[in-house]
Structures are given as structure tokens and as C-alpha cells.
Design a protein around this ligand. Structure first.
Ligand SMILES: *[C@@H]1O[C@H](CO)[C@@H](O)[C@H](O)[C@H]1NC(C)=O
Ligand SMILES: *[C@@H]1O[C@H](CO)[C@@H](O)[C@H](O)[C@H]1NC(C)=O
Ligand SMILES: *[C@@H]1O[C@H](CO)[C@@H](O)[C@H](O)[C@H]1NC(C)=O
Ligand SMILES: *[C@@H]1O[C@H](CO)[C@@H](O)[C@H](O)[C@H]1NC(C)=O
Length: 566
């Protein structure tokens, strides 16, 4: 069965700017010949002038891109063989680029309050005083785009947005897409409604400009997105404000983003003789990630050109999934070949979580349109939601395992491994099977995912990648906990509370030890930040703080760390 898009059915036009590549070739990561592609980027990044490859592509230009490129060409031409020494490159970068960081300025949110109402709902005094400290961190993470970026955008890799915002923290000095969903939830619970609205308006602005929301606020992220939470951001905001005017003014952009996913990220899957249309992460751009250039070149060393380009495209797909990197996307050869990052094949996976999120998006767009009196569109989105739920059941539900599993298009079967994302349809309330909460409990026990008391691990595979064992991430904890809590099973409710208590205790124990909040945590050992992957663990940290505030909101009357060793 094929599902015709409503813009065809209703003859509507939602314009989505689409980047078209010439036949048989990949488009570049963006049009910038400095930040995304070209000889200057290549030479500087391969010379490894900085510890973190992201440093160079975040540096603003001192002169126009044309002048910088012309000077670079002259310098290269003046050298026999065109090769620059490391010293010359350091000098060139120093004289043509300024250090990163000033393109965003510290900003104290005017709606920040020292005593959000949430505090009154937290019984445990120790948790209440911790929440007070987390609330202060919003002020440290507040940024506004500097005037220079608006006046001369061509000098910056930062992408202009109109409103100030909260950044994740650490090396992530700009805004990120899916991080911001959890940040916005935290802001709303901290009574910072105006800041939350400004961030949503920024994302709407990006949809208006690009037709989709880039992974993060840099030009080199332009052609990859991230898990599509924009419509859910709007839902959270409306719950706190009932601001229907804002919804009416923006619904066409929510729909445009949905259209991007349906037009650019959909895939047909045939199961048992029937065809279903579902979604996947898929970024067909065959160049190294500009912000991890030398890492990607080294990873692809020894492959032929086509294999290199395919690997780079798949790495960008993994970045789009938010899970960069993870054995979840590895498609290795037959055992005993070890699976490594070089086996990343994100586009061959139909992921449970992406389809759960879109299932929720369709349901929300149905109810939003209904509330606005757009009956025809509401019916279309309701039908799309039902179509998705049936497709999720047919393609992703595994009755033996008693849970949804990622489907691999090449192997034409499920990936049997445990990931917290396998439970996300519970959270999205998509495609509910009979007794599904009970079966999910059984699944969690069977897989031993519950044997880690510091949190739910991202997978059960030790690979050294950051989206694998032993790391645990706040958004995944939240989606599992909320899914169990939404069900009708009392046992699932109890487990949801236990998991929330475990996660809160881990975060607090680590906070007391390190005086910081981290982007990820280690489920092994006695409470420490996570590790592994491409860069050092980062502090701040936007989504971690947002999720803790959500758990305190939900369970504040019951959570108790005073009686624990935390
Ligand atoms: C780069 O890393 C080295 C080794 O980890 C460290 O000693 C040095 O301070 C770092 N340099 C910068 C500029 O961060
Ligand atoms: C929004 O409207 C609903 C229904 O009228 C009401 O129950 C709710 O309290 C309102 N919420 C806010 C934040 O005003
Ligand atoms: C799915 O298959 C139908 C034909 O059966 C085709 O019209 C459609 O373009 C396909 N969609 C994608 C995303 O491949
Ligand atoms: C927390 O637990 C301790 C000991 O188990 C108990 O004394 C205390 O009253 C509890 N606090 C709350 C807020 O439930």
C-alpha cells in the first residue's frame, strides 16, 4: 500500500528547498569552499593544527572568503610542489582566521528566575537544593548570536538565528537540534517560557531557510538533520502556554519539516509480500565531515574512492541519527570479522526510534490541525498516523522478542541486539500491541539491560564508541521511563520509578564528585562520567539537566536520595 502525501491530495504547496546533486555524484556538505570543502580545509585539517578538528571550522574569517582563498592560492603557488610546512599553515591560519567563540556571546536569559515553581514539588531537601543549582546553569549556557554574524554571515561558520538560546556546553558552543528538545523541556519547567519560545522560533526560521533543521548551528552541519523533535517542542510549549496563535502562525513550517522527512528520508520496505513506506537516516554526501576531517580520512584509508565516499556518507547518516557512533549502525562482514566504525551503514537500517518519533509527529499534526479547524488536513495526518502504526507493527515488531527491533534492509531481518530505542514506540504511543508493557518488562529482564543500576546502557556491546556500553545518555533514559510510565501496567510504573531514581542518584553522585553535569554517564563502576568515541566527555550539560528536571517534575514527591548512599 502506498500512502499519497496530503500536499498531492489537497493540491497544497509547501515549499521545501531541496539540494539536488548531479546524477551519479554526491553534493558537497555545504557551498562554503572554506568550511565544507576544498584544498584549504583539507590541508589545514590533515596537518592537525588543533587538538580537536572542530576548532578550525569554528574559526571566523578576518577577511572575505574570496580574499582568504586567493591568498591561500598565492601561497600554495609560491611553494615548489605546492606543499606548505606546518609552520606556514599555522601562520596563514593565524593571520586569516580569528579564534572561535566570539560569534556567540554570553547571554543571561531575562526570564530566568531564582525560584521556579517546580522546586515546590520536590520533597527531598537534597534534591531541591540540587535542582536550585541546576537552574543556575541555564545562565551559564545562555548565548546570543553576535551582531557581526548578522551583518557579515560569510565570515562565519555559525548559522545566524534571530533569538538567543541555550547551548549544550563544552565543545558544543552552538545550538544542536535534538539536544534542544530536552533543553526546552527543562526551560519550560524552570518557568522560562520566553527563552523556550525563542529557541523554537529559531528552528522554525531554519526550516523556512533550508526546508529542514540542520544537525546543529554550523554551516558544515547544513545537509544533515537530527531526530525530528520540532513538532514535539511545539507540543511541550503549548502545554505550558496554550499559545494557539503561535501554533497557527507556524504550523505550515512544522508540516514543511515533516515533508522533508517524507521526501528525503523515506524508504520502501517489503515484508511478507507487502510494501511499506517508513523512514531512515540517510545523508548522501561523500566527503569527510568537515569538523572531523582527519578522523574520517584516516578511517577511510586503504579503501577505494567509491568505498571511501560511501563510508563518509554513512558516517554523516550516523551523525544525523544522533547516535554517532554506535554498533547499532555497524553492518560487518560474516564473523569472525570484528565490527568497527568502518562498517557503519546507517542507511541500511529502518530505525525504531525515528519511526516512533514520526508516528508521534503525525498524531500531533492531526490534533494541531483539528484544533485550528483544518478538518481535511487533520484527517490526512490521522490516516498517516494509522498507516505508520500499521507499518511499524508489520516491519519493526518482533513477536518472539516481544519488542520492536531495527530492521536491516540488506539482511532483510531484524537486528536482535538490545538498544533503549527499541522501547520508544511505548513512549510515542505508536502501534500498541496487546500486553505490550508486560512484554517490554520481560524484554528488559531477558536482555539483562536492568542489571546496571547506574542507568540503562545504550547497548550491550563494548566497542569504545560513545553510543555503546558502558555509556548511558539522558534522552534514552527519559524515553524508556516515560514509555513505561504511560502504560497501564502497575509493574511498569514501578520499574519506571526505579529507573528514574537510579538515574537521578547517578547524576547526583557524579555531580557531588565532579561538581558538574555531563553529556553522558558510565553505567559500570560507582558513578562516573562516560567516555569513548571521538572526543573527551563534555560538561554543561543541556539535555542532561533538562531530563533531570523532567524526572524531578514527574516524581518529585517520591524521589528520595537522602536515604541512599548518593
Ligand atoms: C592538546 O592536547 C595535549 C595532550 O592532550 C595537551 O597537553 C595540550 O594542552 C592540548 N592543547 C590545547 C591547545 O588544548
Ligand atoms: C490550557 O487550556 C486547557 C483547556 O482549556 C486548560 O485545562 C489548561 O489549564 C490550560 N493551560 C494553561 C497553561 O493555561
Ligand atoms: C516506493 O515505491 C513506490 C512504487 O511502489 C514509488 O512510487 C515510491 O517513489 C517509492 N518511494 C521511495 C521513497 O522509494
Ligand atoms: C527518604 O528515605 C529515608 C530513609 O529511607 C527516610 O528517613 C526519609 O523520610 C525519606 N524521605 C522522603 C522525602 O521520603
Amino acid at each position: 500500500m502506498l500512502f499519497p502525501p496530503y500536499w498531492v491530495l489537497l493540491g497544497l504547496s509547501i515549499t521545501v528547498p531541496v539540494q539536488q546533486a548531479a546524477e551519479g555524484s554526491f553534493p558537497p556538505p555545504c557551498d562554503s569552499k572554506i568550511y565544507c570543502t576544498g584544498e584549504l580545509l583539507k590541508q589545514v585539517q590533515l596537518a592537525k593544527l588543533f587538538n580537536d578538528s572542530k576548532h578550525f571550522v569554528d574559526m571566523p574569517l578576518r577577511e572575505s572568503p574570496e580574499v582568504v582563498l586567493e591568498h591561500f592560492k598565492q601561497l600554495v603557488n609560491s611553494m615548489p610542489g605546492g606543499a606548505l610546512s606546518k609552520q606556514q599553515m599555522v601562520k596563514f591560519v593565524g593571520s586569516h582566521f580569528s579564534p572561535p567563540g566570539n560569534e556567540l556571546e554570553p547571554w543571561e536569559p531575562p526570564d530566568w528566575t531564582s525560584s521556579p515553581q517546580l522546586l515546590n514539588r520536590i520533597s527531598d531537601p537534597k534534591l531541591r537544593s540540587w535542582a536550585l543549582k541546576l537552574n543556575v546553569i541555564w545562565k551559564q549556557l545562555g548565548r546570543k548570536v553576535s551582531a557581526g554574524v548578522k551583518i557579515s554571515p560569510q565570515l562565519y561558520s555559525l548559522m545566524y538565528v534571530p533569538n538567543p538560546l541555550i547551548v549544550p556546553g563544552g565543545r558544543f558552543i552552538e545550538y544542536y537540534y535534538w539536544d534542544s528538545f530536552w533543553v526546552i523541556e527543562g526551560l519550560l519547567l524552570s518557568d522560562m517560557v520566553a527563552t523556550a519560545k525563542g529557541m523554537i522560533q529559531n528552528f522554525l526560521y531554519l526550516v523556512h531557510k533550508f526546508g529542514h533543521i540542520p544537525n546543529g548551528g554550523r554551516i558544515y552541519y547544513e545537509r544533515r538533520s537530527q531526530p525530528p523533535f520540532l513538532t514535539l517542542m511545539m507540543e511541550s510549549y503549548l502545554k505550558h502556554t496554550n499559545d494557539t496563535d503561535f501554533l497557527r502562525d507556524s504550523i505550515h513550517l512544522l508540516e514543511a519539516e515533516y515533508r522533508f522527512w517524507q521526501e528525503q528520508r523515506a524508504v520502501n520496505v517489503s515484508v511478507a509480500g507487502k510494501q511499506y513506506l517508513l523512514n531512515r537516516y540517510n545523508v548522501q554526501i561523500g566527503e569527510p565531515r568537515p569538523e572531523s576531517y582527519s578522523e574520517d580520512v584516516e578511517l577511510a584509508a586503504g579503501l577505494d574512492e567509491e568505498a571511501q565516499q560511501n563510508l563518509w556518507a554513512e558516517l554523516k547518516g550516523a551523525a544525523e541519527s544522533g547516535w554517532d557512533f554506535s554498533s547499532r549502525w555497524f553492518l560487518p562482514g560474516p564473523p569472525p570479522l570484528p565490527a568497527t566504525r568502518q562498517d557503519t551503514q546507517t542507511s541500511t537500517v529502518v530505525p525504531v526510534d525515528l519511526n516512533a518519533i514520526l508516528c508521534r509527529v503525525e498524531q500531533l499534526l492531526a490534533s494541531f490541525n483539528k484544533a485550528l479547524g483544518n478538518g481535511e488536513k487533520a484527517s490526512w495526518f490521522q490516516a498517516a498516523h494509522e498507516y505508520r502504526a500499521a507499518a511499524v507493527r508489520a516491519v519493526l515488531w518482533n513477536d518472539n522478542a516481544g519488542i520492536w527491533l531495527d530492521y536491516n534492509l540488506v539482511r532483510q531481518r531484524h537486528n536482535q541486539a538490545f538498544y533503549p530505542s527499541n522501547l520508544t514506540p511505548l513512549w510515542a504511543e505508536c502501534s500498541m500491541e496487546a500486553d505490550v508493557a508486560k512484554r517490554a518488562l520481560h524484554y528488559l529482564k531477558e536482555t539483562h539491560a536492568l542489571s546496571y543500576t547506574n542507568g540503562i546502557p545504550t547497548s550491550l556491546a563494548h566497542t569504545g564508541e560513545q553510543w555503546d556500553l558502558p555509556n548511558a545518555w539522558a534522552p534514552l533514559q527519559y524515553m524508556v521511563i516515560a514509555g513505561l510510565a504511560k502504560s497501564s501496567s502497575p509493574q511498569a510504573h514501578d520499574l519506571a520509578f526505579t529507573l528514574a531514581q537510579n538515574w537521578v542518584r547517578t547524576n547526583l553522585a557524579v555531580y557531588e564528585k565532579y561538581h558538574a553535569m555531563f553529556e553522558k554517564y558510565d553505567v559500570e563502576g560507582d558513578g562516573k562520567p562516560g567516555s569513548g568515541g571521538e572526543y573527551e566527555v563534555q560538561v554543561g550539560f543541556g539535555w542532561t539537566n533538562g531530563v533531570i528536571l523532567q524526572l524531578l517534575d514527574f516524581y518529585g514527591d517520591r524521589l528520595n536520595v537522602t536515604g541512599s548512599e548518593a
